[in-house]
Design a protein around this ligand. Sequence first.
Ligand code: IPE
Ligand code: IPE
Ligand code: MG
Length: 249
Amino acid sequence: MTSQSTLLRSLPVDLDAHRLPCHVATIMDGNGRWAQQRGLPRFMGHRAGVDTLKDLLRCCKDWGIAALTVYAFSTENWDRPRDEVDFLMTLFEMVLHRELAEMMAEQVRVRFVGDLDCLPASLQAEIHSAMEITAANTAVQFTVATNYGGRQEILHACRRLAEEVQAGRLLPEQIDEDHFAQHLYTRGLADPDLLIRTSGEQRLSNYLLWQMAYTEIYVADVMWPDFNRQAFHLALKSYQSRDRRFGKV
Ligand code: IPE
Ligand code: IPE
Ligand code: MG
């Protein structure tokens, strides 16, 4: 953490505590470029990105933001070189194991969303135990999208609903938005109020397609490892300057 970040321990005075987003989603992008710009291998960027994530999570707790959802690995990321995919899977497992005690101390509830069955068995075991151990924590709801794809999630929900209809437990006309959302991986979690994507890219990359129908989008020009509390402060300032109309006038 930089000394500037340490100064931002409590909510900056120019932010309105009553108008903070309840749920922030992030696309943690630019790790590879961050490393390459420094002449380092891409994996060093992923490793640096973990520190950013840890501080952002702590910042959400410090500033009173109840839910943080991060995109760790997309269904498309399997197409990366094998050694990068293997490195990421090992990193996720190692970090989850290492940070569990601190998540307990900080009252963080961690949850993974995505098609978890395709992940390495040892990572799945770590995920399931972390979800179980932290299940009763209430300070921050921390959701990690891993082997996650928005289209795949919607199809998964459609299949479950079709099965219910086929079994005679559900009528097609009973399927409304709330019922549909109950079949998504994110069931029980309110939709994100704010999406932050780092590295300047302006696309969703198959992230939370259903859930972000009315989410405010903020693109930060810094690479993810450089996204610190000051950068988060700017994102929240931008969010608070907006008029969320939800289609009304
Ligand atoms: C995001 O950083 C992390 C993951 C997708 C796991 P990238 O690895 O996409 O970094 P860039 O976009 O190539 O710089
Ligand atoms: C999105 O980033 C996925 C994650 C951050 C995990 P990518 O780097 O994979 O997205 P694209 O390829 O630039 O759209
Ligand atoms: Mg990227």
